[in-house]
Design a protein around this ligand. Structure first.
Ligand SMILES: Cc1cc2nc3c(=O)[nH]c(=O)nc-3n(C[C@H](O)[C@H](O)[C@H](O)COP(=O)(O)OP(=O)(O)OC[C@H]3O[C@@H](n4cnc5c(N)ncnc54)[C@H](O)[C@@H]3O)c2cc1C
Length: 580
């Protein structure tokens, strides 16, 4: 029999009505994203700009609403994708069965035009990178979700087909993977890694054998195949040579029969579990060359890998943004020692520091996106730089945000943060481990043209601030960093090789600092002033720049100066509110 006395331990308490950040419009709440969208769409017609903002806002609403719910529902035991090898009468089908929730989530984003708005008849404008990648970033606020890795790979394949596909390939495949109303919802892949390794693509053991009809047959195995679906690119060594070619493989052959591949095993991955990652054997799978086969690796890098590294950078930023949103939302509810937890200076300062790191990483990513669209030489540095830095920062931010929720942060069905953290860890590896990526950055920095554009970029970014008194400390600090950075390159080759992560970290610090200085100063300078669609509180960017300087000077989670921004409660509150 129940005790007649009310149980005080079961009474309503501080987080009884807590719902995290679900239900929020992810775009409308993200001031930094809005500013980036404003900055990089300054040249659009007013009509185009308005339509883009509405489109982004609509997606932000879907993401915080139904897509958030579907992502949660499809990330539970029994709802993950499974391989079905045979049908009921014994025919091999090698099919992936996804839950209804996962399929619906893909369909909603696909039909919304996330990867293919330029294929929508009702869309009367172009679909530039700022719009595309703002959508991709937003999608990642729900984590990988079984959608964003497939989006990255589908985007890469669309780009490759547009750039190096034949007319016949474009006519045949683009309607399937990008067409409005297609039933193939982000069902593309890119299979390069083999059991002998993923970093060194040249070590691929899969062989491509040319057929009389001009097609190829591939024999070998791919060890990490995410999102097995309708169409994928793959690599193989052309028979009798040491050259890696890039090929296009369709799930079904011309006659409608299953192409000769076996999906062997679903990998038991710790993150990005919404889509399935498998091992696949090529048993004479029929393939077409995509671009000139002898340019396989070069084409792979400039189309497929370029697209997916951009997606990883922005995706990681999206993951960390959501983790911080959750921590901020929680801190408004939770009380301890009779106070709201964000009233503790140590707690608030930690949360704001995470917000600053994430915001500046977002600003840096969108600058990288600008260079990628312009096809500058500097993209050779910035794309790998932002892939590495965003993914490693995201793991740090997600883990720290998790701890902001105390024990509840660890609980997988309390908030999406544990899932976001696991997704972030995957982002650190796929499309290149940190050591490989930092090698690519070092290689880019050794090229004169990249180095020249790098210096021009930095000068342009700090130009407005250089003549304004209020920024003088920042400018001195920036030049000190730059001088120390330049000196690193006079060390021995062996030292640079062993310290390449350190050098690349410093490279990011300089780049990101130059950008936040630019944001802080742009409103003072009539020439570089931007006509904004949204209202931006300019004084915030000055605080952001000075707070970032302090982080770079003393370290993350480290000393805070007595006269610095982190000791100024008014400014801290202002940042906390603006960046939440
Ligand atoms: C969930 C998930 C999904 C994936 N999906 C796909 C996919 O769809 N398609 C695909 O092709 N791949 C996919 N991958 C594979 C991924 O791209 C590879 O894991 C990655 O490229 C690293 O390759 P590897 O695992 O073979 O590591 P290795 O290449 O064996 O490297 C092992 C370690 O050695 C280090 N190392 C290697 N070379 C050097 C060097 N020159 N200098 C210094 N250190 C070095 C690496 O940094 C790493 O720490 C996926 C991976 C994961 C985790």
């Amino acid at each position: 029999m129940m005790n007649q006395i009310n149980n005080p331990g079961l009474e309503k308490f501080d987080i009884s009505d807590y719902k995290g950040s679900s239900g929020v419009n992810f775009y409308e709440q993200d001031k930094i994203l809005q500013r980036m969208v404003d900055r990089y769409s300054a040249y659009f017609t007013p009509e185009h700009r308005k339509d883009m903002h509405n489109h982004l806002s609509g997606y932000g609403k879907l993401l915080g609403g139904i897509l958030n719910d579907l992502t949660l529902a499809s990330h539970k035991e029994g709802k993950y994708g499974e391989i079905r090898k045979y049908d009921s009468v014994g025919n091999r089908i090698d099919e992936i069965i996804y839950s209804e929730e996962q399929l619906q989530s893909r369909k909603i984003s696909y039909d919304y035009g996330v990867v293919n708005l330029d294929f929508h008849k009702s869309w009367n404008h172009s679909f530039p990178y700022i719009h595309r990648y703002a959508l991709a970033y937003l999608m990642n606020l729900n984590g990988e979700g079984g959608v964003s890795c497939p989006l990255a790979m589908t985007d890469g394949l669309i780009t490759a087909l547009k750039q190096i596909g034949t007319d016949e390939q474009r006519n045949k495949y683009l309607p399937l993977i990008a067409g409005e109303g297609s039933s193939s919802h982000f069902m593309c892949g890119q299979y390069v890694t083999e059991r002998v390794g993923g970093s060194n693509v040249g070590a691929n053991r899969t062989i491509a054998i040319k057929q009389e009809n001009g097609k190829w047959k591939l024999i070998g195995e791919k060890w990490f195949c995410s999102n097995p679906g309708d169409l994928w690119v793959t690599t193989a060594k052309m028979e009798g040579t040491n050259t890696i070619g890039m090929f296009l493989v369709s799930r079904y052959k011309e006659d409608g029969s299953l192409n000769e591949h076996h999906i062997i095993r679903k990998k038991d991955i710790i993150g990005s579990r919404g889509k399935l990652t498998a091992e696949i054997i090529y048993d004479g799978v029929e393939a077409e060359e995509l671009g000139r086969p002898s340019h396989g690796i070069a084409n792979l890098i400039r189309t497929i890998i370029k697209a997916s590294r951009i997606h990883v950078g922005l995706g990681a930023c999206g993951n960390s943004r959501r983790a911080i949103m959750e921590a901020s939302a929680y801190s408004k509810f939770r009380t301890a020692y009779g106070k709201n937890i964000n009233a503790f200076p140590a707690y608030k300062s930690q949360l704001v520091e995470l917000q600053i790191l994430q915001s500046i990483c977002t600003i840096s990513n969108f600058r990288m996106v600008y260079h990628a669209e312009q096809n500058t030489k500097l993209q050779d540095l910035l794309i790998p730089l932002m892939k590495y830095k965003s993914s490693s920062l995201a793991s740090y931010i997600c883990k720290s945000a998790m701890l902001c929720l105390g024990g509840n942060g660890i609980i997988a069905d309390f908030s999406p943060i544990p899932r976001l953290l696991n997704d972030s860890i995957i982002n650190e590896s796929w499309e290149g481990t940190h050591l490989i990526i930092s090698d690519h950055c070092m290689h880019a920095l050794s090229k004169d043209k990249v180095r020249k554009e790098w210096m021009e970029e930095l000068s342009a970014n700090i130009k407005s601030a250089s003549s304004i008194q209020v920024f003088s400390d920042l400018i001195v600090f920036f030049h000190n960093l730059l001088t120390k950075w330049e000196a690193l390159f006079s060390n021995s080759k062996q030292w640079k090789e062993a310290n390449r992560i350190y050098i690349i970290d410093k490279t990011y610090e300089i780049f990101s600092l130059s950008l936040v200085i630019q944001e802080a100063a742009s409103h003072y300078d009539e020439q570089s002033k931007i006509h904004f669609h949204y209202e931006h509180r300019e004084e915030i960017y000055q605080d952001l720049a000075y707070a970032y300087k302090e982080i770079l000077e003393f370290g993350v989670g480290a000393y805070k100066a007595p006269d610095g921004l982190f000791m100024n409660q008014e400014k801290l509150d202002r940042l906390l509110e603006y960046l939440s």
